[in-house]
Structures are given as C-alpha cells and as structure tokens.
Design a protein around this ligand. Structure first.
Ligand code: SF4
Length: 997
C-alpha cells in the first residue's frame, strides 16, 4: 500500500484524565500490527521519549522481541525534514553568531557597503542602501547587541510560523526609535539574513523549521514504509501546522491528542482545549476516542503562604506526612525556585527533570562578580565589596591543596585587611603578608607549605583578575573561562561529586558557553570589555542546564513544560500565582506584545491557553493535588505589584464552591492559610551587675590617664561604655564609604595649627589674619591628606569648595585682638575622687588671652553638645551628686547626663586651670561647620561663677563620674537619641516571651 492509497486517519483522542503514554503505546502497537519498529513517533519535546521507552521495557502488552520505534522531538524531526536530500549538512549557529550576522546585515543595509550578490539573495529581495538604518549607531556593536538578541529571537519567531516579515512602517509611536528603524527594514533584514544563512550553509533551529515547511514534498519519500504518530501536541506553530497537514494527507500520519474527551463527543470542551477544537475545525477531521475516560476526581488542597519560604515549609510538612512519594511530582512553574526547593525536600533521592537557567547558578554568580570587579576597576584597584564577594565565593573558598582546604583561613585574613583598607584596593598585593599571618596561627594551614599555598592564591587571582584585565576577544574570554574551569575541577577535589547540580552547571559552561565563544565567527574580533561581558551574560542567561531524571521512580521535580504528557498520582504545584500561571510576558521593546498578533505571531492569548492546557491536563490526571501560592505580599522591584493566586486556581475554587454550595475561606480546609504562632515579646533593660572581673578591668582602665572622651562615654550610657571600654567589643572594621568626619576634623585641626603657629605667644589683630594664605594652606593640606581616595567623589568636591568658605568665615569672626597662648597643647593633671587620685589628660586645640582672661577654645567640625545653661545653678542636681553613694536609690547620673550632655569643654577648662596653675576665664567652641563663630560655655556667668564652677563643680562632676564608674552596683542602659547610632543596641535589652498567640 502506498501513502496515496491511504485514507486520512481520524484524530485519535486520549481523555486527559487517562495515562497518555500507556494509551499511545497500545495505539501504536495496534496500528503497526505489533511491528513497532515501523513507527515514527513525534512528540512536542524530548521528555516523553524517556518515559515511553521505559514503558516499552516494562509493559506486558508488548510482544518481544520487538524493534523500538523511532521517537523524535519535533525540533529534531523538522531538522531532519529540512535537510532531507541535501548532501552538506548545515551548521547550526549559536546566538552569538546570529547576532554577529545580523549586525553585518544591518550595517550593510544601513551603510550600503557591499550589497549581496544575486545568488545570495532571493529574487524577491529589495535592497535599500543608505535607508532608514543609516540613522542607527551601527559602529557601536555594544549598543546593538541587546537589540541584536531581540532581533534574532524575532526572526526565529517568524521562521517558526513559516512567515516572511515585511517592512513595518510608522512604528514610532509604539516603539523607541532604534526599534522603529529596525522594524522599518525588517523584511529587508530578514531576506538578507536568510540569504547569508544559505550562502554560508548555516542554520538555526527556527530556520530548520522554516525550511522543513518548504520541503513537504520530500515527506512521502522520507517516511516510506513508516507509520507516523504525531503525539501530544497543543497550540501548533505555523510550520507544525503545515508539516503535519502534509503528513496526514500525504503520509496518513496519525494525530493523537491528549485532551478533553468532550471533543470526541462534539460537546462543549474545557476552554483550555479550544486550540484542539479549532485545529479539528480547520482540518475538518473526524475523531475517535481511544479509551473511556477514567473516573479520576482529584482531591485538591490549597495552601496560601505569604512568601516562598512559607510555601516551601508547607510543602515540606505535606511531603513528610505522605507515606509514599511514588508517582509524585513537585512542579515548578518558575525554574528559579529549584535551589530553594532542594533545601526543603525531606528526602534527598529526588529526580529532577527541568531546564535550570545557567544565569542563576552559583557559577554564573562567580563570573558575574569577576565581571563586576573589572567594571568597577580604577587605577587604585578594585572595589572592596566585590573583592570580598569574590574571596567569599564557596567555589574558591573550598578549593583544596594536599587534601586540606587552607583557603578559608587565608581569605578570612585577607577579608579583614580589605575591610580595613581603602575603597579601592588590589588583593594581589596582600597575598604574601596574609599567607604568613595565616600560617602563623597554625590553624588549617599547618599541613600546607607556604609556597604551594602562595602559588594557588596567585593562580586564583591570575584567573579571576589579571587575565580578565587583558581579555579583548571572545576567543580569549573562552580561554580564561576554560582555564578557570580547569582550576575549579583540579583543585575542587570531591566538591563536584558532592554537588551534582553545580557539576551540571559547570558541564554546561564547558560544553556550551565556552565553545559558543571559541567557535563563533567573531571569535577574533577585538571588542571592548563591556560588550564582551554583555555577550557572556546574555549567552549564560540564554543557556539552560537540562536535568534528566534517572530512574523515573520516586519523587520527581520538574518544570511545567517538562510535565507535559506525563501523569502523576500526586501533584504539588509551587507558587501557583498569576505571575507564573499563566505568567506575564516579558516586555519586548522591539516588538510589543500588542503588535505580535497583528503580524501573525503567537500573542499573549495563545500563550495563556497553552499554559492553561498544561495546568489543567496535569490536574485532570492526578488523584491528590496540592496547590501552593503566595498572596497578599508585594513584590520588590520597580513595578511593585501584589502577587495573586492564579486565575486557574480561581476556576478550581469556584468549581469547588459550586459543588459544595459554600464559599471557601482561607484557614478552612481545603483552603489552608500558612501561619505561624508568634509569641508576644516584651523587651527589658539588660542591666549588668558589677563583678570582680569588671572591677579589675576598671582598675586597669583608670590606671591610665582618663580622657574627656572616656568620661563622655560613661555619661552617655554606662552599658555602651561597658561593652566598648571594658569588653573592648568594637564594630567590625569596614571601609568607610560615607563621609570621613574624623579625617575632615584632623585636616581642619592641622591646617589651623599650622596657620596659627607663627602667631603663637603674640597679640594679633583680625586684620593680620590673611584669608588667602589660610585657604591656600587648606588646599595644600587637602591635596596631601589622602581624603581624595577615602571620601566619596561628591563629598570631596564639596569639601574642597566648602572648606575655604568656612575657614574664611571663621577668620571674619575672630575677635578684633587676641593673644594666642597655646596651640594643640597636651596637658595632664590630678583629680581626687572617693579618696583615690586619678590622672586626667587631654589635648587643647587653642588657648587665647583676652582682656586678661584665658579662654580655652575647641575647634568643632561636628555638632557641639552644649549643656543646659541652668546646669550650674541646679541645686537639686548638685545636691543629688553630693549625696550619692552606691546604695542610694536616687541616681543622679541620668539627670546629669541630660543636663550636661558632654563633659568635654568643662573638663578642658578644669584641666587647663589645674595643669597650668592659671584660672581660665571661660571656654568655647568654634563652630567650623557653619558660622565659624565662637560659642562660650558660660554665657551669662560672671568671672566668680566661672571660677567657682572650675574650682568646685567641674571636679565634683569628674569625681562623681569616676566614683559612679568604680562603685555603682550595676551598669544600667540610658536610652535616648544616641541609641539610634549605638553599635551595642542588640545587647542592652533582653526578651521576655509571653504565651503564644
Ligand atoms: S542602645 Fe542606648 S541604651 Fe543600649 S547600650 Fe546603646 S546607648 Fe546604651
């Protein structure tokens, strides 16, 4: 019998609640009379082949021995059809080559270089030299590349539909200018691009399909003697429709659908199966129902979480409660959830079948960090944060040497040093020092000799920094990547065996990404680093790491697409939200979604139907379904939106409500709300009782001269004083990326000291002070201060402008005449407290003599903490201070702290008077940060009152603070505005947990 003798078989329908592959196997066996080797089965994708082969192996219905049918995914099938009869097999070019070829075409059309020869272009081609494309920046390959990616994808779409695009004019209102120019010449680009593919004997997956549609005549000869089964398709592309139509009419191919059985009975079908219905209408095809629908009603549970982790937690509990996980599948509509899911599965022997995006893998993160390092490189080095990201990456930290993992230690030391350094630094300069330091600790590195360790560290930085600095072609980039892979494999020891998912990603990088760069036609083109990194990132993002489950038993983890045509007893769908089911189309700036349908391309409605069909088909075949989703929380990102449960779930819930006659409420089964009991928490002051160890520490501390800063610390909060001064817990050292207040303060002090030194001991007038000389000095010192490297650029610029302005204001506010007595004078004096004598010390910025009085002055580049004016007259306070003893209930410390705010200037006043034996008439701050005016400590007091304060009240305060520090029964937190910046905020409270609620 020849094909032409055959009648077209009716479309075979397998009810979607039945097992498709089992039924298909029987159908194939029956229609090949047991000679299954004659069958050619075409599936929409490769996954069912593995399951069908397994059925052939185990099914008792198969006569043995038998030949296995030829089973092809449609892409392979179309590729085979497209090349039927041709002697030279075309080479499939990768994305990079496609974009490179498109750039050539666009340049040629735009610039009007060499027009293609007649043989290279179809006769219908029109060529427009110096057309609209000449307006594009065609020499800027970096700018073109992202557009080239989209253009390549768009042309693939046209190929898959079997369409040839036209030039689309007047798109300016719908797309940006760059895209409008490309669309205006889309037909010309397509023709030139196609001509070039033919001329080079190149192809792409889409072009394979396109050529297959034009090679339909060869189908009967190609499949002579074969029986073709087109199995499990939904939503055919233009090419598939054309080829399958020919296959049915010319080759008698069997079309087998897995769909709503109502289609066979010509009743109303589920809306998600409408594509099947319209296909039958187009073909005017009859149908045959292969099996009676099984009575298979799934019990469906819904779990509403508030984030991904709450869903994962609910899933974990559900899986733990299930006796057997045979015939169970966890389905992920978003493959990015694979990694978090793997950490929540109760059993580790799961089988993964899905394509995981390489761009989300830890390997891609490592490469991204390396590229970020290069992008942030300055003449002074690499950005410190990215260096830390690099040396913290687990792949590098876990590299081994002589069966040890010494790098953790080395990198930890290196990180500490990086954190203490500048914003930009070069880790290659730090190696030797750290190796010696790390080795000196003895831990972890003792078994490894320094030289080998130094060589390994050097090799790592060579491959992650040095070589990347010189990369300028895709070929060189491929070389660095290959050498990096070698390093990770050679020194990774058993890491890759223990982490098979990571190993698969590495395999994909080595066998797909590196060859794509190395074998590309632009492999030797000199490209700027930005374009090279864009290419690498895009190629990695486009790459998916395929995981194939083996064996096919137990719990399966798969994507929605991989679950097509398969049936599971238990199905768990994670994150079943509107974003994933049906999903939001990615914004395409080249051809917006609303224009796709007009050009004959599949649009959002088509994709929604495909998504709905995949979902409902999966649910129909299951017995137990658990649908988890997130609701009510906002997504982060530019366009924040609420995550909503999928419209498909809404349909299922609505059906449930209709059946039961009641509304489903969150928290009432089967609609579970994921919730956790949270105990009420009340916070209490963590008071630190005095102990013998604390006494020892305080004695050690007070054996050295006491500074105003130390007393201020105690005055502000005894608990922060305890952690900072007695426990010596310091904030983790970190590169300062904000303003450097300390550095600016030092600069100002140094400039003023240098400026006033020539006048020391002299009486000067304001007119003598040369503002130009002072600002000149400021610029000199600023230049040599190193602040240029440590301050953010904008702060540095601001300082270089504001500094001279403020110094000029300061000079203008100097008194008419003054005598400078001391500059930057370090002083020490004794003070008595509680029968003990202590040394106090400090450095005074400046002391002037004015009208016979000595004035102690303090330059302030920050905010001065001035005391309340009535503090010196507050009888209540002084009485309390005088009466205080460790057992007293009424502690005046908080009162003193609120009133005095800072002991610094009174302390200096007392220190000067005591150390120099001259009474000080007053003390004052010079507000350099704004007006430059002097603000006095005692504003209205007479000379006697100042003398009284200096001789009695200030030493009383100092003595009280020392007494309090050495004898009070505990250290009690003092709360206030200062807590906002306190490093010890987590240590001064404890939690009391109340009953759960
Ligand atoms: S947060 Fe406030 S109360 Fe707590 S230790 Fe710091 S300064 Fe003291």
């Amino acid at each position: 019998m020849t094909f032409s003798d055959r009648t077209i078989p009716p479309v075979a329908i397998i009810p979607w609640q039945n097992d498709f592959l089992q039924a298909l196997l029987r159908y194939v066996t029956e229609h090949t009379d047991g000679e299954t080797g004659r069958a050619v089965i075409v599936f929409p994708h490769s996954r069912p082949r593995r399951y069908l082969l397994d059925l052939f192996r185990t099914s008792p219905d198969i006569p043995r021995p038998c030949l296995i049918p030829q089973i092809l995914p449609v892409s392979e099938f179309l590729s085979a059809v497209s090349t039927a009869g041709s002697t030279a097999q075309p080479r499939t070019i990768e994305l990079l080559d496609r974009v490179g070829l498109l750039l050539e075409c666009v340049r040629e059309l735009g610039i009007g270089e060499q027009p293609p020869s007649a043989g290279e272009m179809p006769a219908s081609a029109t060529f427009t030299p110096r057309g609209p494309l000449s307006a594009l920046p065609l020499t800027d390959a970096r700018r073109f590349f992202p557009w080239g990616m989209r253009l390549a994808a768009l042309l693939e779409d046209f190929y898959n539909q079997g369409l040839e695009p036209d030039d689309y004019h007047y798109m300016e209102g719908d797309v940006v200018d760059f895209a409008a120019r490309l669309l205006e010449q889309l037909g010309s680009i397509h023709r030139l691009y196609t001509g070039r593919l033919d001329a080079e004997n190149w192809t792409t997956p889409g072009y394979d399909a396109f050529r297959a549609a034009h090679a339909a005549d060869s189908l009967p000869a190609m499949f002579a003697g074969k029986i073709i089964f087109i199995a499990g398709f939904y939503g055919l592309t233009g090419v598939e429709k054309k080829v399958f139509t020919t296959l049915r009419s010319a080759c008698g191919a069997h079309m087998v659908l897995h769909t709503d059985p109502a289609l066979a009975a010509k009743k109303t079908v589920h809306w998600s199966c409408k594509e099947h219905e319209s296909l039958l209408e187009q073909w005017q095809a009859g149908t045959v129902l292969l099996e009676e629908p099984e009575d298979r009603h799934a019990t469906i549970e819904y779990h509403e979480g508030f984030d991904l982790h709450s869903q994962l937690d609910a899933l974990q509990k559900k899986l733990t409660q299930t006796d057997s996980l045979e015939q169970s599948a966890v389905v992920l509509p978003d493959s990015g959830m694979l990694m978090p899911l793997l950490h929540h599965l109760p059993r580790k022997d799961v089988n993964i079948s899905m394509g995981y995006p390489l761009g989300k893998s830890p390997l891609a993160q490592l490469l991204d960090t390396i590229m970020d390092l290069q992008e942030g490189r300055t003449p002074s080095g690499y950005p410190w944060r990215r260096i830390i990201d690099l040396i913290r990456h687990p792949y590098l930290k876990m590299l081994s040497l002589h069966n040890a993992r010494p790098l953790q230690q080395v990198f930890r030391h290196m990180e500490r040093s990086v954190r203490q350094g500048a914003r930009h630094t070069d880790p290659r300069n730090l190696q030797i020092e750290y190796l010696a330091e790390a080795d000196a600790t003895g831990a972890g590195t003792a078994a490894v000799d320094d030289e080998a360790l130094a060589a390994l560290v050097s090799r790592i930085f060579d491959l992650t920094l040095t070589r990347w600095e010189r990369v300028s072609t895709p070929q060189q980039l491929a070389g660095v990547l290959a050498d990096m892979c070698t390093l990770l494999l050679e020194q990774g020891a058993d890491m890759w065996k223990r982490f098979p998912v990571d190993a698969e990603c590495m395999y994909r990088l080595m066998h797909r990404v590196i060859p794509a760069l190395r074998e590309s036609t632009v492999r030797d083109a000199e490209l700027d680093s930005g374009l090279l990194y864009t290419i690498l990132r895009e190629v990695m993002n486009a790459e998916r790491v395929p995981f194939e489950a083996e064996p096919l038993t137990g719990l399966q983890v798969m994507g929605m697409l991989e679950a097509r045509l398969l049936r599971f007893r238990r199905v768990y769908v994670l994150d079943a939200t509107e974003n994933n089911l049906p999903g939001v189309p990615a914004n395409d700036p080249l051809l917006p979604e609303n224009l796709r349908g007009l050009l004959g391309l599949p649009d959002i409605r088509h994709r929604e139907r495909v998504s709905a069909y995949n979902f409902f088909r999966l649910i129909k075949g299951a017995r137990e379904v658990t649908l988890l989703y997130q609701a009510g929380t906002t997504q982060s990102g530019l366009f924040d939106e609420k995550k909503q449960r999928s419209r498909f779930l809404e349909e299922l819930i609505w059906q449930d409500e209709q059946r039961t006659g009641r509304l489903l409420q969150a928290g009432t089964p089967p609609l579970h709300a994921v919730s956790y009991s949270i105990p009420a928490i009340s916070l209490h002051d963590a008071v630190i009782p005095r102990s013998a160890t604390i006494d020892d520490r305080i004695r050690e501390l007070l054996a050295r001269p006491v500074s105003a800063t130390m007393l201020d610390s105690y005055l502000r909060c005894p608990v922060s004083f305890f952690y900072e001064r007695l426990c010596r817990i310091a904030p983790a050292e970190q590169v300062n990326e904000g303003d450097d207040h300390l550095g600016v303060g030092d600069l100002m002090h140094a400039v003023l000291q240098e400026f006033f030194t020539p006048y020391a001991g002299q009486e000067i007038t304001r007119g003598q002070l040369d503002a130009k000389a002072l600002t000149g000095l400021f610029h000199q010192r600023l230049h040599s201060s190193g602040l240029q490297d440590t301050l953010p650029y904008d702060s540095y610029c601001m300082l270089s402008v504001a500094g001279p302005e403020r110094l000029t204001r300061f000079l203008n506010n100097q008194p008419e005449t003054t005598r400078i007595l001391k500059l930057e004078e370090a002083l020490e004096a004794k003070v008595e407290a509680g029968g003990s004598t202590y040394w106090i010390a400090g450095r005074l910025d400046r002391v002037d003599e004015r009208d016979g009085c000595d004035i102690v002055l303090d330059y302030k580049t920050g905010t001065a903490r001035k005391p309340a004016q009535d503090v010196w007259k507050s009888e209540d306070l002084w009485e309390k201070i005088a009466r205080w003893h460790p057992a007293a209930e009424d502690d005046p410390l908080p009162l003193l702290s609120d009133a005095l705010r800072s002991i610094q200037l009174p302390f200096y006043l007392y220190l000067y008077a005591t150390a120099c034996g001259r009474p000080a008439g007053n003390a004052g701050w010079i507000a350099l940060r704004d007006s430059g005016k002097e603000e006095m400590l005692f504003t209205a007091a007479g000379r006697d009152e100042v003398q009284h304060a200096a001789a009695h009240q200030i030493p009383a305060i100092i003595g009280f603070l020392l007494q309090h520090m050495t004898t009070s029964s505990c250290f009690r937190p003092r709360r206030g505005k200062h807590c906002d910046w306190c490093f010890y905020a987590n240590l001064c409270t404890f939690r009391l947990e109340g009953p759960t609620g």
